[in-house]
Design a binder for this molecule. Structure first.
Ligand SMILES: [Ca+2]
Ligand SMILES: [Ca+2]
Length: 155
């Protein structure tokens, strides 16, 4: 009995492990590249409406995935907000959801430059590299959702 349940799960797993329509799957994460734009705070609340958060690519594979997506499939706008910043202490970059230090920054050459002393939010630019940008300008953004649709039941 157990065996047939397991084989049923094995068969069904690929069918139920999927990101929501319009989201892109990369391993354990689903990503949404927004069409609309807003401030960093707006972007965060937009993502949270869907139980998601602004993307925090901590793994190299996720960094590459997002950078490649921005570079190749979403080239229409130059820059997307991600879920990080040097919000509290200038130059100390942290992920927004955990406040833990960003240790895998993928900065563009010359960045972060804190231009005019007002760039405290994390963005990924058209080149696929990272830039510090003002938090109050209107940009598209990347939301991130755990891709656990169906995976929980498999254990
Ligand atoms: Ca800054
Ligand atoms: Ca900058």
């Amino acid at each position: 009995m157990m065996r047939s349940i397991l084989s049923l799960i094995t068969v069904l797993a690929p069918l139920i492990q999927a990101c929501p329509p319009g989201w892109k799957e990369n391993g354990e994460h689903c990503y949404f590249f927004s069409l609309e734009t807003g401030t960093w705070a707006y972007a965060g609340s937009y993502c949270r409406n869907f139980n998601a958060k602004l993307a925090e690519p901590m793994e190299a594979a996720d960094v590459v995935f997002i950078d490649t997506a921005v570079k190749s499939t979403h080239p229409r706008i130059g820059e997307y907000y991600l879920g990080g910043g040097d919000f509290f202490i200038e130059g100390e970059w942290i992920w927004a959801s955990t406040l833990s230090p960003i240790t895998n920054a993928n900065w563009s050459p010359g960045e972060p430059n804190d231009l005019a002393g007002r760039e405290d939010c994390l963005g990924v630019v058209l080149s696929g590299l990272w830039n510090d940008v003002p938090c109050n300008i209107s940009l598209p953004f990347v939301c991130e959702l755990e891709n656990d649709f169906g995976q929980e039941t498999i254990g």
